[in-house]
Design a protein around this ligand. Structure first.
Ligand SMILES: Nc1ncnc2c1ncn2[C@@H]1O[C@H](COP(=O)(O)OP(=O)(O)O)[C@@H](O)[C@H]1O
Ligand SMILES: [Mg+2]
Length: 440
């Protein structure tokens, strides 16, 4: 049996593991899906979020897909992919258009013009591609907080637009890797954004919050306010750095250091670190030294890298504080360390659909996978919540429209297949028009 239109598939390419999530739409409940399986396999050939050995990475993806297929009992053929690109850039631009000398209601063409005006502010370098174009907020006559400007009366329409760009070779490598593993790439989402969607509640997104997802090779950041993502970032530091530090300072092989790191907190400290680690001659490791090493690396990550990315360094913009996810979020005491450094509330996220997730695959390190499903559902509900460049364009690198630098647009997936090559600005405009009409 093959994927049917009511099945949603997400594939998260991580440094430590490839996760494949399969969900089934419930036709009776709009905008919801039930998770029916999560497959996973260790990542090989991926470092600091980047593919460094294509063949190994392809094999890892294939293994994860197979694992998911065994769980759900049918073959998977396509998926929406989340991936890291440490050189991701997210840039905010604004646009303004006049509605005329007398106040009048905003029409579809005005929204189109204002998106174009905001996009024209941005010049994307030739070696980068625009992955996401995200309308962040609209204002009419200076009043912000307008969720949908259609039909609202005024004289001046303004908008803020976030464009997320990544180096083109990274995208090519990811698409290549997944397709070589036999999975058609239906779309791409930058990993920190998917993690945020998996971790955050609507309420947190509305009041202002920072999602921090810490995996093996990278830490993803997403800033949310008024329900919209303001910025995404990726820091090429993660749990593997802690393991490396432990290995070199305690003079242990990497696999032992990894084991020490995880056992240090789960068992009685004295016992966890002192005795035999399978075949190693008994050797005493001072747990306090190990704890110091972990603490130092985390502090470096938070103080030097995360704090530096907080816009205006103003925690009041994010009253819901920090929400943690990813494997490193399982480190006991990490919440307290963060609260101490940032003086903000900190929460470790459980997958929002926790109860639907299979045992052993239901912890915070699978948040990213659940976020891919939420991303698909968000896009289906509102086709201009995240305006993505078509995969065909990302693949070929033909992404930039010389005048205006406008991004292409891919209509929301209806679940079926079908070629989408050649989608361009026109389609994006048509699609936005359609969805605005629906809303109006
Ligand atoms: N219980 C734990 N305590 C501390 N670190 C952990 C624990 N479990 C996993 N990790 C770390 O989390 C990282 C993997 O994160 P994860 O989100 O699962 O993968 P990915 O790198 O693929 O995003 C690894 O560095 C691993 O050592
Ligand atoms: Mg992760």
């Amino acid at each position: 049996m093959f994927r049917d239109p009511d099945t949603l598939v997400g594939l998260g390419v991580g440094t430590t593991k490839i996760a494949v999530i399969v969900a089934e739409r419930d036709p009776r409940v709009p905008e919801s899906a039930q998770i029916i399986g999560i497959g996973a396999a260790p990542s090989q050939g991926i470092r600091k979020g980047l593919i460094v050995d294509l063949e190994q990475a392809v094999r890892s993806v294939r293994n994860a897909v197979r694992d998911a297929e065994n769980m759900v009992g049918f073959k998977l053929t396509e998926a929406l992919i989340s991936f890291n690109a440490p050189e991701v850039e997210s840039v905010m631009t604004s646009g303004m258009v006049s509605l005329g000398r007398a106040p009048r209601p905003v029409a579809v063409d005005d929204v189109e013009r204002v998106i174009e005006a905001a996009q024209s502010e941005l010049a994307i370098p030739a070696n980068r591609v625009s992955l996401h174009t995200i309308p962040v907020r609209y204002s009419i006559d200076g009043n912000f907080g307008i969720e949908n400007p259609m039909g609202m009366t005024g004289m001046r329409l303004e908008m803020e637009l976030q464009t997320v760009t990544v180096p083109m070779p990274h995208v090519h490598n990811v698409i290549n890797c997944v397709e070589k593993a036999g999975i058609r790439v239906e779309g791409l989402v930058i990993k920190p954004l998917a993690s945020a969607l998996g971790a955050l509640t609507d309420e947190e997104m509305r009041v202002g919050v920072i999602s921090l997802s810490i995996g093996g090779g990278t830490t993803g950041l997403t800033f949310y306010r008024e329900g919209r993502p303001l910025k995404v970032g990726i820091i090429p530091i993660g749990g593997d750095h802690i393991t490396n530090d432990l290995a070199s300072i305690l003079r242990l092989p990497l696999n032992r250091a990894e084991e020490v790191k995880k056992r240090l907190f789960t068992e009685n400290r004295e016992e966890a670190v002192v005795t035999d680690l399978k075949g190693t001659p008994d050797r005493s490791i001072d747990p306090n030294v190990a704890l110091d090493v972990i603490g130092c690396r985390l502090e470096e990550l938070f103080v030097e890298h995360v704090q530096a990315q907080i816009p205006e360094r103003d925690p009041h913009l994010f009253p819901a504080g920090l929400v943690l996810s990813g494997g490193v979020a399982k480190t006991p005491g990490i919440g307290a360390l963060l609260t101490d450094i940032f003086k903000m509330p900190v929460r470790v996220a459980d997958p929002l659909d926790y109860y639907q997730m299979p045992p052993g695959r239901n912890d915070t390190s699978y948040i990213n996978a659940t976020g891919i499903i939420r991303y698909i559902l968000c896009q289906e509900r509102n086709s201009y919540s995240f305006i993505d460049s078509p995969v065909s364009q990302l693949r070929s690198g033909v992404h930039r429209i010389p005048d205006g630098g406008r991004t292409g647009y891919e209509p929301p997936r209806t679940g079926g297949s079908g070629g989408r090559g050649g989608q361009n600005v026109r389609n994006m405009i048509e699609r936005i028009k359609e969805s605005l009409k629906e809303l109006f």
